[in-house]
Design a binder for this molecule. Structure first.
Ligand code: HEM
Length: 449
């Protein structure tokens, strides 16, 4: 009898605790966890993550958790969750992404429009290498054009290699680094040998070059490149040792997003004959029809070519990053569910931009929908979150828009272009950054005379 009483108390206590935990779990969003410990649904999720999250939304509703590789990722897809994601102090950006990202938000203060002249010059220089006529994979063409243009403009004039072997190496290492970037922050480097080798190659390159990059100010006006400005901030606020990592982050963020956006913009414009025609009429009305002159593109010219800016933005709407991420630091309530601290809160710009509630006829490439955006006041369409939003919005967004517009203008001004393949599908392998095309899409270009 003496033993029965405490035993009953313990059992009742356990039961109460169990019911309490159950109740707490009941207030959590539905969780897709699979049966394998730690791995969860990692294999299914990893095969085609973009499709996985849309199927989960259809099956489980506007908020759900995916458990994979030891992480709880809670996806929000509608207003209430999106507002919490973008505005709540209970979620954190820096803890959610690689440690090295903190503080770069300050880059936003640099006046990117000072780059108009240099971008034009660099683009003309690289376009010379295309010759007068050719056929090649459009993605390859854009990479060969924009890798050097971006690096020389953002980092240091003439920093991009000019020797063929080194250029090839740069392309190979960058593509390997880009390919596994999102796994690089989650898996041990020994499992990602190519990624780790490429990272080392770039860090060494930055280590070697940072003193030169810092020393070399523009001879014309003593102005700084974006990397110089960022390094000034990094070295004052953290330590010199972080500089190569920041350099590499900036390199990845700029090349891995702006280059595929330029590819998709050209591919969309060239595969829509009416839009292509209207774009060409715009270019001829500002610069004339002949394509041989080394035209200078000013900010005024860009204002007159609003359709091209809309085409770039419409492309970014359709090819937005698969996810952006925050870490929940204090339990937060969304749609009557409690999201526990430690969860990663995920928002998919890609799928949000395909919700007909926010973007009518979402699958169509309709640049004119941007007529409604107040671009003069630097604001995008409601629910357009390709660059994130709020405090941690992408600091490179205006540079990217400028660079892609100039790239499109100069290619189409100089060359008569047509696509030899249909618009490719996008690769569904990656969630981070702008998606890459799956397979090739050839372009034929002929210099205008
Ligand atoms: C169209 C091209 C681009 C897209 C779609 C894009 C998108 C994004 C997104 C979604 C974020 C995260 C925002 C968030 O979580 O709220 C981000 C961050 C960032 N982006 Fe971009 N980006 C682009 C181009 C660029 C360029 C050209 C640069 C460099 C010049 C750049 C530099 C960065 C940096 C450094 C961050 C980290 C922000 C921080 O530390 O606060 N991006 N970008």
């Amino acid at each position: 009898m003496e033993l029965i009483f405490p035993t009953v108390i313990i059992i009742l206590g356990c039961l109460a605790l169990f019911l309490l935990l159950q109740r707490k779990n009941l207030r959590r969003p539905p969780c897709i966890r699979g049966w394998i410990p730690w791995i969860g649904v990692g294999f299914e999720f990893g095969k085609a993550p973009l499709e996985f999250i849309e199927k989960a939304r259809i099956k489980y509703g506007p908020i759900f958790t995916v458990f994979a590789m030891g992480n709880r990722m809670t996806f929000v897809t509608e207003e209430e969750g999106i507002n919490v994601f973008l505005k709540s102090k209970k979620v954190d950006f820096e803890l959610a992404v690689q440690n090295i990202v903190y503080h770069t938000g300050k880059m936003g203060t640099v006046n990117l429009h000072q780059f108009t002249g240099q971008l034009t010059e660099e683009l003309h220089e690289q376009l010379e290498n295309l010759g007068i006529h050719g056929t090649m994979d459009l993605n390859n063409l854009v990479r060969h054009l924009l890798y050097p243009v971006t690096v020389n403009t953002l980092f240091n004039k003439s920093w991009f290699p000019t020797n063929k072997k080194k250029i090839k190496e740069f392309h190979q290492y960058f593509q390997a680094y880009d390919e596994d970037f999102e796994y690089g922050s989650q898996l041990p480097e020994c499992l990602l040998r190519n990624w780790s080798k490429s990272k080392k190659w770039f860090l060494e390159l930055f280590e070697k070059n940072i003193p030169d990059i810092k020393a070399c100010k523009s001879a014309k006006d003593n102005s700084m490149t974006l990397l110089q400005a960022t390094l000034d901030i990094v070295e004052t606020e953290t330590s010199k040792e972080n500089s190569p990592n920041y350099g590499l982050l900036l390199l990845w963020a700029s090349l891995s997003n702006a280059v595929p956006v330029a590819f998709w913009t050209l591919a969309y414009v060239l595969s829509h004959p009416d839009i292509h025609k209207a774009v060409m009429e715009g270019i001829s009305s500002v610069f004339g029809t002949a394509g041989k002159d080394k035209i200078k593109v000013s900010e005024d010219d860009l204002e007159k070519l609003l359709l091209i800016k809309w085409c770039v933005l419409e492309t970014i709407r359709l090819k937005a990053p698969g996810v952006i991420t925050r870490k929940v630091v204090k339990p937060v309530e969304i749609l009557n569910y409690i999201i526990p601290s430690g969860d990663l809160l995920m928002l998919s710009p890609f799928w949000l931009h395909r919700n007909p509630k926010y973007f009518p006829e979402p699958e169509l490439f309709k640049p004119e929908r941007w007529k409604k955006a107040n671009l003069e006041k630097h604001s995008f369409l409601d629910c357009f979150v390709a660059f994130g939003s709020g405090k941690f919005q992408c600091p490179g967004r205006w540079f990217a828009l400028l660079e892609v517009q100039m790239c499109v203008i100069l290619i189409l001004y100089k060359y008569d272009c047509s696509l030899l393949d249909p618009l490719p599908k996008q690769s569904s392998l990656h969630l981070v950054g702008v998606p890459q095309p799956e397979g090739q899409c050839r372009i034929e270009y002929k210099q205008r005379i």
